[in-house]
Design a protein around this ligand. Structure first.
Ligand SMILES: [Zn+2]
Length: 166
């Protein structure tokens, strides 16, 4: 048996979960917020306003670790808003249990609340979801959701705040 390739394979197996966990809140290389949006602030201003973990997701494109988010288990009636600018993004009525570890919705409150952008980071082709008001990163959308849209908006809890109804 070729011992060196065995060691290499073992190292690679170890390296994958290590990267996924330890590097999750690192900025995505070359990521930029959407610029053609009504709210324009400098990155210095955003950095001052947002806690570091929220800043990493919203303004650097990072993804929170699965099952870590505060909004995952929210089942009350209300509205999920952008944690950077307050833009109303999703209704609790469209939230569903995806089992992925991230808050999941089958549609935004209105189409114009979000911007979709092709994301090819990390060797994957994904559709990124950004806030249409401030250009911040929110998550990704996939086409394996439930009826009626069959879409799955896979959001970061850190990118949103929950406003309970009533
Ligand atoms: Zn926003």
């Amino acid at each position: 048996m070729d011992r060196s390739s065995f060691v290499l394979a073992g190292g690679a197996l170890f390296a994958v979960p290590f990267v996924a966990c330890a590097k999750t809140l690192d900025a995505v290389p070359r990521w930029r917020p959407a610029m053609d949006v009504p709210i324009k602030k400098t990155e210095a201003e955003w950095k001052k306003e947002l806690p570091p973990d929220r800043y990493a997701v919203l303004r650097e494109g990072a993804t929170e670790p699965p099952f870590s988010g505060a909004l995952l288990e929210v089942h009350d009636k209300g509205i999920f808003v952008c944690a950077a600018c307050g833009n109303e993004l999703f209704s609790s009525a469209t939230k569903f249990e995806s089992g992925t570890g991230w808050p999941s919705f089958y549609q935004p409150l209105a189409k114009d609340r979000v911007i979709l952008r092709r994301d090819t980071s990390y060797g994957m082709i994904r559709e990124e979801v950004l806030c249409a008001r401030c250009g911040s990163h929110l998550g990704h959308v996939f086409d394996d959701g439930p009826p009626p849209t069959h879409l799955r908006y896979c959001m970061n809890s850190l990118a949103m705040e929950f406003k309970k109804e009533g």
